[in-house]
Ligand binder design. Structure first.
Ligand code: GAP
Length: 505
């Protein structure tokens, strides 16, 4: 894998216009980022691909776009106002805040997932840990709630306090009845949403990994509560093999091992619906090009399970700062609908045609972070190609921010090149580049992950043909101008390069 540090990746992303630190001219704000011209394209491609796969290409998942600012009643019912906390300790000398569990992990190199505030406090004291900034003494550990409050309207009373949503999921539970009543749904079905979530993280860090404002792509998939089988579970999911870090292996501090999903099912570590969604989500990353050697699935230990979950599995990526969660898949059971039913006094039950009874659905939740997916795709795609002497961003063609570069070999050919550019940009995101040597232009194209470049030369004027260059192999084919659009369409659907034109030696 690439030896690139996360700070170097952040520098690269800024230089190329993928991601900028937010509010930089005023000194920046930790945990907030702006996506630049290329970043917004890549991010939109991630979201569009996800939406196409999990909503538009399915008949059983419905879309939603809930509000960002949400009533405190939602978060009281969901348990976030009482339980959505991290452990805070402050330096008595420089007053810097630290996330206590991260500080212990960093200093003692141990896994403290799920340890109580009391145990973390004891570890801080027993090991005489100090402020990493100024070596000052640290305060007792206390819980810090991550929800961002906002005041609505002019009436500053407690009741007017709302919150920026801490997860998109709750908006789905709250809109559940409206979707059910408007969309003729039938169990099992899902409601999906892409959108911002906000968490007042104590210590945002590692570039896009831990932010205070980020985006999620979540599905709440509703099933009959006693349904043991998933009719959708097929060989595709049960034969899926992956690196698995079980709770047992974590307790013994032994290594993760290769396992098939069918074995996890046999061991009853998860339900069939849970296995189905875990596999489909893992495969989404793989089918978009992420190297499987850099992925693993980790089972949450009992101690670290969220207050709403009976079983959670994370997909983790091997970042330079360790194996970290990029996707979480919880079995939320009936927790959320029960809570909202109790607090809103509105029924969340559905009529089951089979048993002729009302039932409260249970929920499996596949939860993706857009920004962590972005970080994963760009990190995994980054190749420092020593032979070429430049970076090659081997992004999957569906994700590449710019699909086609159009280059006139010399400025004299501009008129023809511009004509071709205008024709192609009707169809694809294109970039016209006339400056510098052709080699320099190819290098710039590689660096931003452009899968194909079209070069217009003097022969183009004579025989109406152009050269297409493939990013990953640098191979070139000669194709007729009249077929160019069609061939690029085929390439951007995954057809083999060498078969679509005459290879140039
Ligand atoms: N609804 C369940 C939920 O929110 P989570 O594990 O807290 O679960 C789900 O978050 C996903 O959201 C994570 O896998 C990650 O990709 C993303 N995410 C969570 N916190 C984040 C943060 N502070 N910065 C960036 N992404 C974050």
């Amino acid at each position: 894998m690439s030896k690139l540090s996360i700070d170097d990746l952040a520098i690269f992303c800024k230089k190329k216009g993928f991601v900028f630190p937010s509010t930089e001219i005023y000194g920046g704000m930790a945990g907030f980022f702006d996506y630049g011209p290329l970043g917004v394209e890549l991010k939109n491609n991630i979201k569009n691909t996800w939406w196409k796969t999990f909503v538009q290409n399915r008949e059983d998942v419905y879309g939603l776009d809930g509000s960002l600012i949400s009533s405190g009643k939602i978060w009281e019912a969901s348990g976030h106002l009482s339980s959505f906390t991290d452990l805070l300790t402050q330096c008595k000398k420089c007053h810097k805040n630290h996330r206590a569990d991260q500080l212990v992990e960093d200093k003692l190199k141990i896994n403290v997932d799920g340890l109580s505030g009391e145990s973390i406090n004891k570890l801080l004291k027993d090991n005489n840990l100090k402020c990493p900034e100024c070596k000052g003494d640290l305060t007792e550990v206390k819980s810090f709630n991550l929800m961002f409050p906002v005041q609505i309207g002019a009436d500053i009373t407690k009741d007017s306090t709302a919150y920026l949503r801490g997860e998109t999921a709750q908006m789905i539970f709250v809109a559940f009845r409206n979707v059910v009543e408007s969309s003729r749904v039938k169990l099992p079905f899902g409601i999906a949403q892409i959108g911002k979530a906000f968490r007042n993280e104590i210590a945002p860090r590692n570039f896009l990994f831990r932010e205070r404002e980020f985006e999620q792509m979540e599905i709440e998939f509703f099933v009959k509560p006693d349904e043991k089988k998933s009719p959708l579970l097929s060989k595709r999911q049960s034969d899926l093999e992956f690196l698995f870090y079980s709770e047992e292996a974590q307790a013994k501090e032994s290594h993760p091992k290769k396992i098939k999903m069918s074995e996890l099912l046999k061991e009853k570590l998860l339900t069939e619906w849970h296995a189905y969604w875990l596999a489909e989500s893992y495969l989404w990353f793989v089918e978009l090009g992420v190297n499987e050697n850099n992925l693993r699935i980790r089972q949450h230990t009992k101690k670290e399970l969220s207050h709403y979950s009976s079983a959670t599995f994370d997909v983790e990526y091997n970042f330079p700062f360790g194996w970290k969660e990029i996707y979480g898949n919880a079995n939320r059971g009936q927790f959320d609908l029960t809570q909202h039913m109790k607090h809103s006094k509105q029924s969340m039950e559905l009529f089951d045609e089979d048993t002729k009874q009302k039932i409260l659905p249970a929920v499996i939740e596949p939860s993706f972070g857009v920004d962590r997916a972005f970080l994963t795709f760009i990190y995994d795609a980054y190749h420092d190609d020593k032979e070429r002497g430049n970076v090659v961003l081997k992004l999957h063609y569906k994700l590449a921010p710019v699909k086609v570069g159009i280059f006139p070999l010399v400025n004299k050919l501009e008129e023809k090149a511009k004509e071709i550019y205008h024709m192609l940009r009707e169809e694809f995101v294109c970039l016209y580049d006339r400056s510098g040597s052709i080699g320099r232009r190819y290098a710039r194209a590689d660096e931003i992950g452009m899968p194909y470049c079209v070069t217009i030369d003097f022969e183009t004027l004579e025989d109406k043909s152009v050269t297409i260059r493939e990013r990953d192999t640098t191979k070139q084919i000669r194709v007729k101008l009249s077929e160019l659009k069609h061939i690029l369409e085929k390439l951007l659907k995954g057809e083999e390069f060498g078969k679509l034109g005459k290879l140039i030696k």
